[in-house]
Write a protein that binds this ligand. Sequence first.
Ligand SMILES: Cc1cc2nc3c(=O)[nH]c(=O)nc-3n(C[C@H](O)[C@H](O)[C@H](O)COP(=O)(O)OP(=O)(O)OC[C@H]3O[C@@H](n4cnc5c(N)ncnc54)[C@H](O)[C@@H]3O)c2cc1C
Length: 457
Amino acid sequence: MARFAVVGGGITGLTAAHTLAAAGADVVVHDAAPTAGGKIRTSPFGGIPIDEAADAFLIRTPEVLDLVAELGLDDQLVHPTGAGAAVWHEGLHRIPTGLVLGVPGDLRPLLRSGLISPRGVLRAGLDLVLPRSDLAGDSIGTYVRQRLGRQVHERLVDALVGSIYAADTDRFSLAEVPQLSALAHRHRSLLLAARATRRAAVSGGPRGAQEHERPIFAGLRDGTGVLVEALAASVTSSGGELRTGAAVGSVTASGGSLRVDGEPVDGVVLAAPARATAPLLAESAPAAAELLAHVHHVDVVMVCLRLPAADWPERLHGLSGYLVPKPHQRLVTAASFGSQKWAHWRPGDGSQVVRVSLGRDGLPVDHLDDDAAVTAAVDELGRHLDLAVRPIEVRVTRWAAAFPQYRPYHRAWVDAVRAALPAGVVAGGASFDGIGIPACVRQGRQLAESLLERARP
Ligand SMILES: Cc1cc2nc3c(=O)[nH]c(=O)nc-3n(C[C@H](O)[C@H](O)[C@H](O)COP(=O)(O)OP(=O)(O)OC[C@H]3O[C@@H](n4cnc5c(N)ncnc54)[C@H](O)[C@@H]3O)c2cc1C
């Protein structure tokens, strides 16, 4: 029986291990942390399971839904309520519907929202007559500003994409955000590309269903943590081994044989963050180690607050949260009104769960202790919402080195790393081919399948 090691028990590594174990291989998952799951964790808050990081995953593609079904978790699937989000710009402005990752297909709703000034809307309209943009710079910020102007970039695209990836979109690869990249390639005009994409989405839906009725996100009733728990259980019940609190120190390759911390294996899945993986390869693949060491990972802090029902004003009902554009950011980048976004996040006493995100690329938070993070979250939330924020429960989760930053030409970096790995060693996860849960699940499957393929006689 082929024997494989998986380094990193996040969603990528666990999906790879689950796939390998289900195929009958002998698998050991090594994770440095006391529990597996990586950046996916759920814990009780207000008496109900509330996610400490990822709470939703895209279901436009089937990866996660297939895995959920395979693990027998179908009855856990839930969808957001449909409450809309806002952007804070000297007050809350509802984001108009029909945008494609912040890119409008129609300028009239933008004007009505008050978020973009008439001058900003006129500037965005220039996109219709501007010649095709050169995409060679591979920067989201440069491209979107060139097409639609500064206001649409700052207040919509950077606010939205920056909050998903904790990124500064001026330094983030356009090619690595598939929806934006598809728009950029679809048409000379970004507005017309967004309009066509939206029309296709509406007409391509199930018969009779309005686009807004079809959820594009899902979550799990007991939290996304159940996904990684079920994966870990599947690995061990198929005979695999899960070693936690077990940081791997080296992956060596000599004379065609691979070893993980001295133990011989037939193949290795590297699924830890890039920077953590670099030292493991210092001896066996120094060129890959050098490339991995240069990835920039951003720290974020998630402050979860529970606010009394009586303090939550009517005007915030039906709003899922808001984004803070870069020029207005102090430490808070976004707030998610969890109890408005999810029907299952409503504590019995009617209190409101609000998750406040601090930090992004260029906005460091590592100097904050927990008290300072809570103070910043409470003060900024209060100022943005014009509200006395008096939490009855608080939870702080620090996610160090959480978000790898895909700099322009990230794809060339990925190809160079993979080309420099020893035979039988494969690498993936959030640092490589997509940060969201679906992309990590897809990578986990592909990494496992490539090793199984190689091991076939
Ligand atoms: C705050 C936050 C909110 C998010 N929200 C969403 C969301 O709503 N939707 C969504 O789709 N995605 C979201 N994401 C992104 C997504 O959750 C992550 O990108 C994904 O979970 C990363 O999985 P991974 O397997 O690549 O790596 P990780 O989860 O980083 O796992 C890597 C593992 O490697 C281990 N490790 C490190 N070094 C070693 C070593 N030397 N030896 C052994 N093990 C090692 C670590 O302990 C860790 O468990 C969010 C992320 C964060 C931080």
